[in-house]
Design a protein around this ligand. Sequence first.
Ligand code: SF4
Length: 330
Amino acid sequence: MKPFAYVRPASLPEAIAAHGGRPGARYLGGGTNLVDLMKLGVERPDTLVDLTRLPLGTVEETADGGLRIGSGVRNSDLAAHPLVRSRYPVIAQALLAGASGQLRNTATTGGNLLQRTRCPYFQDVAKPCNKREPGSGCGARDGVHRDHAVLGHSPQCIATHPSDLAVALAALDAAVELQGPGGSRTVPATDFHRLPGEHPEQDTLAEPGEIITAVLLPPDAAGLPARYRKARDRASYAFALASVAAVLDLGEGRVRRVALAFGGLAHRPWRATTAEELLVGRAPTEDAVQQAVEAELALAQPLRDNAYKVALARNLACEALNTLARGPRP
Ligand code: SF4
């Protein structure tokens, strides 16, 4: 492993200054992905800026009735938090569908959103990969790509984003709060992760040196019926082949509000706006749900070996929405 400097600042300004937006600097949260990538030689930082002593570890109610989740809150603590479980249970469902108990005890909210793709070509420095080494090619496109994207991919990259939490945040219209050398700003969670386009090396909209300080959950999504479903190769400790977060609010038998986000299908959580537009104002019959979901997935461009994902995602989304439409069991 390449030698690196390690600093543990006591304040946010110190952390931002220590990073300085330099290409060789990395922020360290739980380290459950970054340290693995360092061992593989994929990440070779010269400086690690440890954020774990910063005051980013609380969940607080906001003045407008939403929640502000500090980026240092551990995944296990977030999934167990009473306000999350009572108001935004889809967050807890998504978190508990990911990783293992040990990893969730260490991984942070901010780190969860910043984890890198698990594309095996990205993780193997002997293989071509435009995300790891721009211009080197994409080994997966004509290679092993059963787990890769069916939506929004580009000739440069067909990777998927691995976070379950990010999918739930997209469906809840959450926001990501960032602080960096240029000040602080918030970005809608649906926009935070990028599609690969010409620059697959950029996973997110975060600028060099910016820290995720918090995730903001809006008050109007609190208490709405919501559901997270995930299909994977094993019953636990596996990334999504396809997943879905669904929010469905009905009034007088019709859809007042619906949000649908897919995981495991694209380089970012895929907000299914076509399906949502088709469902709003309609009675959520099984036929209407299926038509809407199929209209969304008509946008898919499966590769040689991953067309199964389209049917998998359709079935997950229909099951989630139909279950929400039926309401709680008596
Ligand atoms: Fe790299 Fe993306 Fe191709 Fe995987 S899919 S090899 S991450 S460029």
